[in-house]
Design a protein. Structure first.
Length: 79
């Protein structure tokens, strides 16, 4: 008697989870930087850019939401 193993997540769930992780990583990479080689130099335009302050955290939160949706979504059972 061969029993067919059934995975908890379907193909769509795994795709959503991996894309959410990718979006989250892109957000974190966008937040990196802003440092200076010389400690006496402070570049406010680079450190407080709208990309780093607004867009990147929004992408991180959106990525977490996609991951949570991918986990909670019920997989298709007809296949």
């Amino acid at each position: 008697m061969a029993s067919k193993e059934k995975f908890v997540f379907g193909k769509n769930n795994i795709t959503l989870i991996l894309s959410g992780v990718g979006i989250t990583l892109i957000g974190f990479v966008m937040m990196i930087g802003g440092g200076s080689e010389d400690p006496n130099v402070f570049n406010t335009d680079e450190l407080f850019s709208p990309m780093r302050i607004t867009v990147a955290p929004f992408l991180v939160i959106a990525g977490y939401c996609v991951v949570i949706f991918g986990i909670m979504k019920k997989p298709k059972t007809g296949v």
